[in-house]
Unconditional design. Structure first.
Length: 391
């Protein structure tokens, strides 16, 4: 391993505890809509796991990390659970190599057809206390259209297995606006999800990303998606139904029972510091942003040679960090604290954006309430358009 990095990371006044992210970029198969850094394989390479272990030990010894108490660990992908029982040892190593808060949030993402009760039990014993299952739909027809590798039956079995293994904090990922999906289909997925009593739901509208099979199908006119009005109806149904079920929205796409908001993601949205390890992972440490190489084989080879697998990095100017904090913070229904922005950056949205912000307020899309700037009820459905004006 290289010599410890020089202290380019300087503490920021009022900085909150950082999060730690591990990226496992492998899946059994790649979905037709996926644009993440992920790779299909039948058996994940051991060399990648070895490299990740080396990186955990290296970064755990760095001054920036030693000086901080981490509040969350999130293992995402890809499909982390493709590594089976080995994943528990990786989590255990993380919790020993870094200093964590007394009750850290430890999340692992999983696909329904990669989990068993024994494997989930080993994760619980290793310290994982939050499971995020990529269900996407409770319909074999819609799952097939997405190119998912699991079935509705496997999704239901995975949720039951998670409860049997002792998980008391479960998130289910669901998607709407899918090819061939109607509002009634979406209602069925929501009803079936709620029947399992999840503590958290993440409900995403399908977006067509460039260079995906879905993008190619759209170009050829081979992908028929629901109309805008039907998608808006699905979004409205989500908000109303989940609020009635005791899962109020706290971010554009996320809903949680009281006390079960995802702390790791809240740190992202509050533009906090986080360390990302693994191929293609991004880190933001006290304003210094850097990423690792995306290709898993190159990542493992560089680490094996004793080199840092870094791709690029930059020190973000204060104004850029301010804009990021505003835009990311507005994704949350609570919005952003004006006092916190002033404390961190010496700037306010009114002073920085001026007339543009006034126009958004006059249009009823954003509002100031109790010293917080937030999207209004009218602004939430068109959040992406509003936020694009503030970037």
């Amino acid at each position: 391993m290289p010599e410890p990095m020089s202290t380019v990371f300087t503490p920021v006044s009022g900085e909150e505890p950082p999060g730690l992210y591990l990226h496992i970029p492998f899946c059994k198969s790649r979905c037709a809509y996926c644009s993440f850094n992920s790779y299909a394989c039948k058996s994940p390479p051991g060399a990648y796991l070895t490299a990740l272990v080396d990186q955990i030990r290296y970064w755990g010894a760095q001054q920036w990390c030693r000086e901080r108490i981490f509040s969350t660990l999130f293992v995402g992908g890809g499909t982390p659970t493709i590594y089976g029982e080995e994943l528990a040892a990786l989590v255990n190593l993380c919790l020993k190599s870094f200093t964590f808060a007394e009750e850290p949030e430890v999340t692992v993402e999983a696909n329904p057809n990669t989990v068993t009760v024994p494997m989930l039990t080993s994760l619980r014993r290793a310290g994982v206390n939050r499971l995020s299952l990529g269900v996407q739909a409770f319909s074999d027809r819609l799952l097939g259209a997405l190119g998912r590798s699991h079935t509705k039956g496997e999704a239901c079995a995975a949720i039951k297995a998670a409860r049997e293994a002792g998980f008391a904090n479960i998130n289910l990922d669901l998607m709407y606006g899918l090819p061939g999906q109607r509002a009634t289909d979406w209602r069925e997925s929501l009803d079936q999800a709620l029947a399992f009593g999840p503590e958290h739901l993440a409900c995403y509208e399908l977006t067509i990303e460039e260079e995906t099979p879905f993008a190619q199908m759209v170009e050829k006119g081979a992908l028929i998606l629901p109309g805008e009005e039907e998608v808006l109806a699905m979004a409205a149904l989500t908000h109303d139904l989940l609020a009635q079920a005791g899962l109020p929205r706290y971010e554009i796409s996320n809903y949680a029972a009281p006390g079960n908001q995802c702390r790791h993601n809240r740190n992202y949205w509050r533009n906090g510091s986080y360390l990302g390890l693994g191929a293609g992972a991004v880190s933001s440490l006290s304003g210094f942003r850097f990423s690792t190489v995306e290709e898993p084989e190159l990542f493992a080879a560089l680490v094996h040679k004793g080199e840092l697998p870094l791709d690029e990095g930059e020190c973000l100017p204060l104004a850029a960090r301010f804009r990021e904090s505003v835009v990311m913070g507005l994704r949350m229904t609570e919005g952003v604290s004006l006092a916190r922005l002033q404390r961190r950056f010496g700037l306010t949205p009114a002073g920085y954006y001026g007339k543009m912000l006034e126009e958004l307020q006059q249009q009823g899309l954003v509002e100031v309430c109790h010293d917080r700037l937030r999207l209004s009820e009218a602004g939430l459905p068109v959040a992406n358009q509003v936020l694009s004006r503030l970037v």
